[in-house]
Design a protein around this ligand. Sequence first.
Ligand code: ADP
Ligand code: MG
Length: 341
Amino acid sequence: MATLAHTARYRFQSHLGALCVLVCLLAWAMGAHAEWHSAREGIMGTEINVTLWHPSAEEAQAAIDDVMGEMRRIDQLLSPYKQDSELSKVNAQAAQAPQQLSAEMALLVDKSLFVSRVSDGAFDITFASLGSYYNYREGQKPSDAQREEAMPAINYRWLDFDKSRGLLSYRHDKVRIDLGGIAKGYAVDRAIILLKARGIEHASVSAGGDSRLLGDRRGRPWIIGIKHPRPHSGDEASVIKLPLSDVALSTSGDYERYFIDEHGERIHHIINPRTGRSASEVMSVSVIGRDGLDTDPLSTTVFVLGVERGLALINQLPGFDAVIIDREGKVHYSEGLAPSN
Ligand code: ADP
Ligand code: MG
């Protein structure tokens, strides 16, 4: 009897133990869930998304505020729509006299010129000499006269950049620059630096099509979707899902900012500097690499270059991969992503 009673008590205790474990597990799972924090805001003419893991809700919020504040700061520095941005001031004066750039703007101009050189001018921040006549929301494009006047000014070789002193001047008086093809990639890099400084180890930050991942999703990769460029009803929002961690991924698509003109042509925000018109070889390009400062201009570049020349460039640069969706919807991968046979 004693043994039986003992056994019953033991059973009861072990059930109680199991229950405790279950309750603890549940609490942990709910707690773990609560430690993911997300925020979304419209800045730099796009949507900023932040997701991060932090056990303290207050500190998570402070980290999110940091990121959003940084995005606003970068917008204030580089916006072509703000008269008092550094970019606008440089554009207003660099054809008259060399302008002293901030260290940040010098970094972006230097990287832009590097990408111009490796792409034989497919990426060219002087596209803005003509690009400023486009307004996608209003359905406006340059007139033939405006195009004729601006085209000679599109050439990165007009930029006289003294890297060691951070001085920039324009050798043609119609030159204007725009850093829209590189600023968001830089911004997500900056966001990750700020999050790391707060000891955060798992985060994802995106500014429109430019994302950067810090660590993984606590034991699992982040799943990043590449959008369907022409979704029909019933189609999934993303065509390709990539499991990634600790990388930057930038997507350039002709569906982001566009209008259809009177000839039925899609007029969008990625401009071929050679023609002064929207690049039309592909519908979407995603580039994966370590930093947004590289992947952002490279996705724009590969978009302009098209499948063949774009993949040749990516395959020749160490540490980068690309996924291209061509005009027919066919998907092309760089060597690092191609299924091995
Ligand atoms: P998003 O701005 O949607 O992230 P992209 O990264 O592809 O898209 O960059 C497109 C932006 O790059 C345009 O809005 C414009 O500011 C700029 N841009 C367009 N064409 C070029 C080009 N050929 N070279 C450099 N920058 C460009
Ligand atoms: Mg880009």
